[in-house]
Design a protein around this ligand. Structure first.
Ligand SMILES: [Zn+2]
Length: 343
């Protein structure tokens, strides 16, 4: 299993995040990817390679050019308004219900118009890290395209909450969606299976009206969990995409037996779609000790998850998403990858 990784992610290092009515220590921080990288080296599941540079075309095939341009300049605009010592651009007003869209407005209007939540700060190194994460995902996609049985994109920041024209949920550019779209353009038929604790609302939205990319997500029911507004079971796709979207929301406290039922259902649905390649949005916040989530999977369950995914008998591209129990992240990720590779 070849892993793609870039140290550019270290440049995105948030200190705090707005959560539950207060500023708390940030959880989407560099140690996450560093722990996974260390475990990959320790357990020797394969080489770690630097990504190659892709131009903006694959990004613009998925994302609105206004969002991409804004992400590139947002922090500069922010410090022009709030001074050099302002640590991070965070939106605090949104154009909800009847208010005018602010995408041509001042920095506050633009932030509120391009973000759907206040948990996703833009800092000095954010754009460089997010842009390089796309190179990581596309390099891994290219490896699979060239015949690798599986590859792992150790991306950070994550991507699955970012839709075509809105960022949020610690995500700026949707790495897995950009990779899937690129694979479509290479003539392949991809399916995306999102196993992050949180629903992949961004990925769902990007492909919702399309039949050429299947999207399935197993996640905490949005009736009690982030991202709150999407991820319900009745969202099945629209127009040509009708039937190409499958949400499997699960209750608080879900443990392996219950999770496995959903995973088997997801695997069967992916098989029925008949893809050439599967992209796995590999979030690890389903772990029992995760500080921001309420499922109860244990470390050994991630070996079972990897073996179950191997039952797809498809080339696979794993893309790192969430997961915040820093001490366990490496073990959980490598358990999935090793079991997939060994099955
Ligand atoms: Zn998550």
């Amino acid at each position: 299993m070849k892993t793609f990784y870039s140290p550019a992610h270290l440049e995105h290092d948030p200190q705090v995040q707005f959560e539950g009515g207060q500023l708390l220590p940030a959880v989407e921080i560099p140690v996450r990817a560093e722990r996974v990288k260390a475990e990959i080296q320790k357990r020797r599941i394969g080489p770690i390679a630097a990504p190659t540079r892709f131009d903006d075309k694959p990004i613009l095939a998925v994302h609105d050019s206004g969002l991409v341009e804004f992400l590139g300049i947002a922090f500069d605009e922010w410090i022009k308004r709030y001074g050099r010592n302002a640590p991070a651009a965070i939106p605090s007003a949104w154009p909800a219900h009847g208010l005018r869209d602010g995408r041509k407005g001042d920095i506050e209007a633009r932030l509120g118009s391009y973000a759907f939540s206040a948990d996703t700060p833009i800092m000095k190194g954010t754009w460089a890290a997010a842009r390089e994460a796309v190179n990581v995902a596309l390099s891994a996609a290219a490896a699979v395209r060239e015949g690798e049985k599986c590859a792992f994109a150790l991306t950070r920041p994550p991507g699955h909450h970012a839709s075509s024209d809105v960022f949020g949920g610690f995500c700026y550019l949707n790495n897995v969606a950009i990779a899937a779209q690129w694979l479509v353009e290479q003539g392949l038929k991809p399916a995306i299976l999102d196993v992050d604790y949180h629903h992949g609302n961004g990925t769902q939205t990007i492909f919702y009206k399309r039949a050429d990319v299947f999207f399935c997500s197993i996640h905490a029911d949005p009736s009690f969990a982030y991202p709150h507004f999407l991820g319900f079971a009745d969202e099945r796709g629209e127009g040509p995409g009708e039937g190409a979207n499958l949400n499997l929301p699960l209750p608080e406290g879900t443990d392996w037996p219950r999770y496995e039922e959903a995973l088997v259902r997801a695997v069967d649905a992916v098989k029925a779609y008949g893809p050439d390649v599967v992209l796995v949005s590999l979030g690890l916040d389903t772990y029992i000790e995760d500080p921001i989530a309420l499922f109860r999977l244990k470390a050994a369950d991630y070996l079972r998850m990897g073996a179950c995914l191997a039952g797809l008998h498809l080339p696979a591209l794993f893309v790192f998403e969430g997961g915040y129990c820093f001490d366990a992240l490496g073990e959980l990720a490598v358990n999935v990858l090793e079991a997939f590779q060994g099955a």
